[in-house]
Design a protein around this ligand. Structure first.
Ligand SMILES: NC(=O)c1ccc[n+]([C@@H]2O[C@H](COP(=O)([O-])OP(=O)(O)OC[C@H]3O[C@@H](n4cnc5c(N)ncnc54)[C@H](OP(=O)(O)O)[C@@H]3O)[C@@H](O)[C@H]2O)c1
Ligand SMILES: *[C@@H]1O[C@H](CO)[C@@H](O)[C@H](O)[C@H]1NC(C)=O
Ligand SMILES: *[C@@H]1O[C@H](CO)[C@@H](O)[C@H](O)[C@H]1NC(C)=O
Ligand SMILES: *[C@@H]1O[C@H](CO)[C@@H](O)[C@H](O)[C@H]1NC(C)=O
Length: 764
């Protein structure tokens, strides 16, 4: 029992007299340690051991003589003041003054009895001493080394815990530099274009050669590190019960894991004869357990930071939620393994000195059972976060995840409580990050609509396209969404599920100037305007909250699967057009610099079209901000009705008429009412329905069957050539994204170094 408690005292003790201890090199403490095993007979036996030690003149004399013999004078006063202070606080006793050893002549000292370590430690169980004693040199050395290494370990644990922050700071710094380099290059490129032919002569051949080398190196970097999946081809798709992130992320995570492994394995100065833990194996258990415990704890704030939606780093580096989420998972896994080693180590040390009854005795200790619970729950969280559960039962996953994390944080708090709050410095940041994230989420909701319960969206479900179209009025919205922005949407119709929220990419915001091209909106506006004057109204317009016909709206295209999205569909099927009360949290997400590429290829699947829709207007703008000269959208859809609807109502006719834009639609299943063979049913003239002229039809091509993603990427790369720049954006099912990624790696390998891959998908 005492063995386990020592280090606790050690912690408390270090900070108490930290300054003196460092200078005295633990020498004073070593003398003190040799005497803690002894009991002197010159005090009242009724007092506590602590009071007796403080009071005993024999003890003080022995201690002072030992210090005088072994230690430099430097720092002694402070150290004694510390001991005196402890005695004052604990027992109200003042220790005897240093001058009590003045009477000891060198001869006296030579005659003082020297205790061997075995003797000295034996006395802890023997009769009290009646004389002044000193440790012999070996005893003192062992005490000194014991302390020296124990304190060294404490410093090392701390240092290695902090190393985690250095690691991630380095990673983030690289990310920021990378982004800055991209921006600077972008600005230079643009300035260069603004003044054509101006600088050409000034740029010397060397400079261009240098640029070429950089470009080639960058191409290789993309080919082998930045773009590919970690192994082979699967990246967005799961492999059994896990998902493996792209290669850069995997390398980062790998480096982190290796760093943790190394830091948990090195710097253990064990020796035979340690006074605390005589066995070398016990010392190892002890040090390893402490090391893993401290590093696990140091990893906590990182886990919380990487797991939150409002993460400053996301904003600094431009890396998406998915990237930080894989960091979140891996830091958490590493911390869990460390916590397990920590717990196993301490449990093993208990069993080394006792049996089940001793273990049960420990389990009654507050810090002990809290620690065991924290470890068990951390394992539970990891087990509940496997891809399968996350994917299939997202809501259940999220609720248990949050609930268990709260308990883990709480139990960890009580676990480290014994150290007088020393280690809370890793607990409070977690709480702060969490609270800050929640506050920012609330702020975003408020920024969207100050009266948060007062947002009524119009949801329409169309069974032919199997899409819920959600239109959210946003006249109160303060933050203008950027292309690629996504929002978390809560549906408040059923309070039981009100906490459920899913991210959806904003397809577009129809502005209030009436210039938006979508006929559907015009029609519905018309209906609404009519309904106020005439009795003719659409069947459900009474459900609609009267919104100003000119109010801007956000449009989301939602595929109903399960959970929130299927609930939305259920709500809608009661009426063809329904008003739902929603809470909108956003916008999130960074805009990708697609407008800096002359060519952009979208590979979209199903509702992934939302990503393309959100970027199209900004890519095709005329004000010179965009460098795009060619946008190709390859879009696979199951339902005929979906692509027709989207082309008719969601893509502005201005975009459709733009010569820079073309669409290839691939219909993979024909669920159109006609029931005809897919290839027959596909006819570009469909989209001409009343609205579009020949010019538009020229830009739209419809085909049957899945698109050949790699062929699409290769064609696009060949079109821009080896010197050209092309952005490939994948937004659709995981398999499609993986194919696009692989195709990009392929064309990068073929020398098209200007190809850049972007993936827009939500990964948890
Ligand atoms: N990031 C975003 O903003 C965003 C937005 C919406 C949706 N999504 C994601 O997109 C995914 C699908 O959405 P959804 O349900 O609307 O799609 P969906 O209806 O399942 O349609 C997907 C289409 O892509 C085709 N396809 C699938 N894999 C392909 C491949 N390897 N090569 C060529 N074509 C392929 C499918 O063909 P078959 O019929 O032959 O399978 C189908 O036509 C979801 O997982 C969702 O997470 C992302
Ligand atoms: C302790 O000291 C008292 C006298 O103060 C003496 O009578 C007694 O024998 C001593 N005990 C031991 C164990 O030496
Ligand atoms: C111990 O502290 C008390 C009160 O602070 C003081 O009066 C006393 O002189 C101190 N003794 C020594 C030996 O420093
Ligand atoms: C897709 O196109 C590539 C050539 O670009 C070809 O090698 C491959 O076989 C094609 N895949 C399918 C399924 O047709």
């Amino acid at each position: 029992m005492r063995h386990l408690l020592w280090p606790l005292l050690l912690f408390v003790h270090t900070r108490h007299v930290a300054a003196a201890v460092r200078r005295g090199g633990h020498c004073f403490d070593a003398c003190d340690l040799t005497l803690t095993y002894l009991d002197f007979n010159d005090t009242d036996r009724a007092l506590s051991k602590k009071s007796r030690t403080c009071q005993s003149a024999l003890h003080a004399t022995s201690l002072y003589l030992c210090i005088d013999e072994h230690c430099v004078e430097d720092g002694r006063e402070e150290w004694l003041d510390g001991v005196n202070g402890t005695c004052q606080n604990a027992a109200g006793i003042s220790i005897p003054p240093w001058t009590i050893i003045d009477t000891f002549t060198p001869e006296d000292r030579a005659h003082v009895r020297r205790l061997k370590a075995e003797e000295g430690m034996w006395y802890s169980r023997g009769p009290p001493l009646n004389e002044v004693v000193l440790p012999d040199d070996d005893f003192f050395d062992r005490a000194f080394k014991t302390l020296e290494f124990a304190f060294f370990e404490i410093d090392t644990h701390w240092l290695y815990g902090i190393a985690m922050y250095y690691f991630w700071a380095a990673v983030i710094t690289i990310g920021i530099c990378w982004r800055l380099a991209f921006l600077i290059q972008e600005i230079r490129h643009r300035n260069f274009q603004r003044i054509p032919g101006d600088d050409l002569e000034l740029e010397d051949v060397n400079g261009r050669k240098g640029a070429q080398v950089t470009l080639r190196a960058y191409g290789l970097l993309k080919r082998y590190i930045l773009v590919p999946a970690t192994f082979g081809y699967r990246c967005a798709q799961n492999i059994g019960w896990c998902t493996i992130p792209p290669r850069v992320q995997s390398l980062t995570i790998f480096a982190f894991v290796i760093l943790n492994l190394i830091l948990c394995c090195i710097s253990y100065p064990v020796f035979a004869g340690n006074l605390y833990w005589p066995l070398v194996s016990t010392q190892l258990w002890r040090y390893v357990s402490d090391r893993t415990g401290v590093i696990a704890l140091a990893n906590f704030p990182l886990i919380w930071l990487f797991g939150t939606r409002n993460n400053v780093l996301m904003w600094l580096t431009g890396w998406g939620f998915g990237t930080y989420n894989s960091f979140h998972r891996w830091v958490a896994r590493v911390a869990t393994v460390q916590a397990v080693v920590h717990s196993v180590g301490y449990t093993e040390m208990v069993f080394e000195r006792g049996n089940w009854s001793l273990f049960m005795k420990y389990l009654r200790k507050h810090y002990f059972w809290n620690g065991e619970i924290a470890t068990v729950l951390m394992c539970a969280i990891c087990a509940c976060s496997v891809y399968g559960l996350r994917r299939c039962h997202y809501e259940i996953f999220l609720v248990t995840h949050i609930f268990l994390s709260i308990i883990v944080l709480l139990t960890t708090f009580y676990h480290v409580e014994i150290f007088n709050g020393e280690w809370n410095i890793f607990i409070w940041p977690c709480l702060a990050i969490w609270i800050l994230d929640r506050a920012l989420r609330l702020l975003r909701i408020l920024a969207f609509n100050r009266i948060i319960w007062n947002t009524y969206a119009t949801a329409t479900y169309d069974s032919t396209s199997n899409i819920v179209r959600l239109k959210v009025p946003c006249e109160q919205n303060l933050v203008r969404p950027q292309p690629g922005a996504y929002y978390y949407i809560y549906v408040l119709n059923d309070l039981l599920f009100a906490h459920q929220n899913h991210p959806f990419t904003l397809a577009y915001m129809s502005s209030n100037d009436g210039a938006d091209s979508t006929d559907g909106i015009h029609i519905s506006r018309h209906c609404r305007a009519d309904s106020t004057t005439s009795s003719v109204s659409s069947e459900s317009s009474s459900l609609l909250r009267p919104t100003s016909p000119r109010s801007p709206t956000l449009t989301f295209l939602i595929r109903p699967y399960d959970g929130l999205t299927s609930r939305l569909r259920r709500i809608c099927t009661s009426a063809s057009r329904t008003s739902v009360r929603v809470l909108v949290e956003g916008p999130y997400g960074a805009q990708q610099p697609l407008h800096t590429f002359p060519s952009v290829l979208f590979i979209a699947g199903g509702t992934g079209i939302a990503v393309a829709l959100s970027y199209l207007p900004s890519l095709l703008r005329e004000d010179g901000e965009s460098e795009v000269v060619d946008v190709h959208l390859v879009w696979a859809v199951r339902e005929q009705a979906l692509w027709k609807q989207v082309l008719q109502t969601d893509i502005p006719s201005m975009v459709l008429r733009d010569d820079r834009f073309r669409v290839t639609v691939h219909v993979t299943k024909d669920v159109d009412d006609g029931g005809k063979d897919a290839d027959d049913a596909i006819d570009s003239s469909h989209i001409a329905d009343r609205r579009y002229d020949q010019e538009v039809i020229g830009h739209v091509e419809a085909k049957g069957g899945r698109p050949n993603v790699s062929a699409a990427v290769e064609d696009a790369a060949q079109e821009v050539g080896r010197a050209g720049r092309l952005a490939v954006v994948a937004c659709g099912p995981a398999q499609m994204a993986d194919e696009a990624r692989r195709a990009c790696v392929g064309v990068l390998g073929a020398g098209y170094t200007g190809v850049e891959y972007f993936e827009e998908s939500f990964k948890w």
